[in-house]
Every structure is written in structure tokens, then in C-alpha cells.
Design a binder for this molecule. Sequence first.
Ligand SMILES: [Zn+2]
Length: 77
Amino acid sequence: MSDPVDIAQEREQIQRDEAMAKLSCSLDAQPSDGICKGCGDAIDPERLVAIPTARRCIECARVEDKRSKLLAARGRP
Ligand SMILES: [Zn+2]
């Protein structure tokens, strides 16, 4: 049971979300310069093809991923 008003509001919300997503995308999605921000080495070209905005090489991305998971785990009660 959907109220037509609800649907209109939902559609508006979705459009707003999409606009926001596009905005943040244009800010975050600058293509990487190909240099790892972690170790300063060149990022694997294959990785850049898969993720053109990658800021870190696969090794540093792995370390960073592990670190953020550890931090997230530690943050839990
Ligand atoms: Zn690196």
C-alpha cells in the first residue's frame, strides 16, 4: 500500500541523493596520478585500470584496509 504522496517524496529524495552522489563523485573521482600516497612507488597500471582513482598501491591499500578494520574492531565495545 503506497500513498502517491509518499512515492512523489521518495522520488524527490532519490533525485536529491543522486545529485549528491554525483557531486561527491566529481570531488573524489579525480584520476590518480599513479603514485602511491603510502610508499611513493608507482601504482600497478592494472590496478589503475580497475580503479582509476586508486591513491595507494595494492600493498599499501591492503595495509590500510587491515588498519581500518583493526581500528573499527577496537572501537567496538
Ligand atoms: Zn604503496
